[in-house]
Design a protein around this ligand. Sequence first.
Ligand code: GDP
Ligand code: MN
Length: 397
Amino acid sequence: MDLLEYQAKGLFREVGIPVLPSQRIDQAQDLKGLRIPYPVVLKSQVRAGGRGKAGGVRFVENTIDAVAAAQAIFNLPIMGEYPQVLLAEAKYNASQELYLAVTLDPQSRRPILLGSMQGGESMSEAGIDQVKQVIVDQDFSSFHARHLVVNMGLSGESLLKVSTLVEKMYRLFVDKDLDLIEINPLGISPTGEVMALDGKVVVNSGALSRHPDLIQVIDTCREVEAKLWETPDIWLESTAGLLSSDRTLACTVNFVELDGNIGILSNGSGLTLATVDAIIQAKGKPALFLNFGEEDYFQMTDILRQQLRRSLEIVSQARGVRVVLVNFLGHLGNIREIGLEIASYLQHCIALGQTPRYVLRLAPHSAEGLKVDFAELPVEITDSLESAIAAAIASAK
Ligand code: GDP
Ligand code: MN
């Protein structure tokens, strides 16, 4: 899962990667209590890139302009996502903008260091070809970092500063089992100081249990999101997820409406889209698909329970839906709890006189193992996605 910029920078600060003083802004009025001297930059905290070009990064000189700019940013969706939080940060005068990253090389399955002198917003066009790579094929040493930075074309003082920073990035990558750490841009000031102006961190959800500190960073973010799930039911009717003008809805409930009759609830964007594709290939018609998010659910917290309830309601009650297909991938500890939650929701529906139709695939739990939880409930439980899809299509007819 992707951390937001301010969370990534929180990690950077911990390990001594230089970041500017900054302050989290939850609403435009917070800027009246800003503790950072002007000029500052206000940045939309969404997971999409290209915020600068989309208008989600604005420089301001005083409180009046800052409040107005913050209001504009809060109301600006970027790739369909509205920010719940902005980051206010001291302005930095960079004379050069570099690109740096550490990730796993898919071919060699080894960590790879990436760097380019063409960072910042020029990265997307010109930068790709210029990216230098160093695969860390044996034990990491400062040599790998220096090798990258020399290849990039740096020398002198900035060579040392940047390679020390690459080392810190690498240590963070390894210590926290990250999938990606990226700094774009790394600003270099006219005096040769370096500063991480933007940060992206992708956490490996499979490794989260070993890193309670990371879970804490993510949970802080969830608490903010959880508030949004407490909004009254009217927003259910305000419909059209990603297109909604209600930013609370668009940001937390990630769903797309179509014209068919099968509702899809899945976890993770990859799995959700794969499920939609498979249904279409089998000549079924999705009515709506909702991505419950790719986080790992270690404990069934109240927040998650609430979010799952909401998601089930949205999918069940969406226009055209005759059957709901739930395709979840988890691990044995959490998926049973998710199953129990779904069972309790269905019991609730039946008590209200409704007749929901559900097809469930909750991998890696076996259909056999789940049957007791769903005894007497109108659901089909399957082990494979194929049979789940066949059941859903049959039931939608
Ligand atoms: P992105 O467009 O989503 O990658 O967002 P960034 O955080 O990278 O911001 C976009 C651009 O704004 C960067 O490429 C920088 O050129 C510029 N920028 C961001 N933060 C600062 C800052 O603190 N000082 C200065 N001078 N420029 C910044
Ligand atoms: Mn950037």
